[in-house]
Design a protein around this ligand. Structure first.
Ligand code: E4P
Length: 218
């Protein structure tokens, strides 16, 4: 399973990259706004700065919601760097745009996915990645992980190439559950990635080993 970091914060992206386990980055308009990145020129520059840190897979989301607008923006985004993946919302014109980019060999990430039906049509259109938002589904008292299981089953039966990119991941347990459910990629905050390292018995065990070593060598 690939690990993407879900942020537009350059320090956090650098920290995750330094850990040596990072495969990509996802952003969205809310995450860009959170970093205070405004205006087309600054947004494009910021995407380039992200591309310069990581090895590949930088999802950059279009703002337009009409077909022509998404094509224009997506082509501009794709020109920034070969690492860019054009992120397109799950709407009718979005599906047409995904098909267009797929025919042109430009990678896409279909975002705002909440059902298996949406996952099927995005795969048919040739999306490179599909982003089901598991945390937002959990927020509605449904089960986001169940959706990952369902899509994973459908994609394997049908032989679809689209990668399942579990998004809206809120914690480390979500990451473990996504791995069990067959996600190809998980995108999450740095805290959820670092949380995977933690176990109290590791800390207790390490303290004991070091104490025993000190005692034996004093
Ligand atoms: C990433 O591609 C999504 O935009 C992001 O994971 C959404 O996360 P949220 O539901 O925590 O806003």
């Amino acid at each position: 399973m690939k690990f993407f970091i879900d942020t537009a914060n350059l320090d956090q992206i650098r920290e995750a990259q330094d850990l040596g386990v990072l495969d990509g980055v996802t952003t969205n308009p809310s995450l860009m706004a959170k970093e205070g990145i405004t205006g087309t020129e600054n947004v494009l520059k910021h995407y380039k700065a992200i591309c310069d840190i990581v090895d590949d897979n930088v999802s950059a989301e279009v703002i337009a919601t009409d077909y022509e607008g998404m094509i224009k923006e997506g082509e501009e985004l794709a020109k920034i760097d070969p690492k860019i993946v054009v992120k397109i919302p799950m709407i009718k014109d979005g599906i047409k745009a995904i098909k267009y980019f797929s025919n042109k060999g430009i990678r896409t990430n279909c975002t705002l996915v909440f059902s298996a039906g949406q996952a099927i049509i995005a795969a048919k259109a040739g999306a490179t990645f599909l982003s089901p938002f598991i945390g937002r589904i959990d927020d509605m008292n449904w089960d986001g992980i169940d959706l990952i299981h369902q899509i994973s089953n459908i994609y394997s039966i049908q032989g679809y190439d689209t990668e399942i990119l579990a998004a809206s991941v809120r914690n480390s347990l979500h990451i473990v559950k996504c791995a069990e459910a067959g996600a190809d990629v998980v995108t999450c905050p740095l805290s959820a990635i670092l949380g995977l390292l933690k176990h109290p018995l590791t800390d207790i065990g390490l303290a004991q080993f070091l104490a025993d070593h000190r005692k034996a060598n004093s």
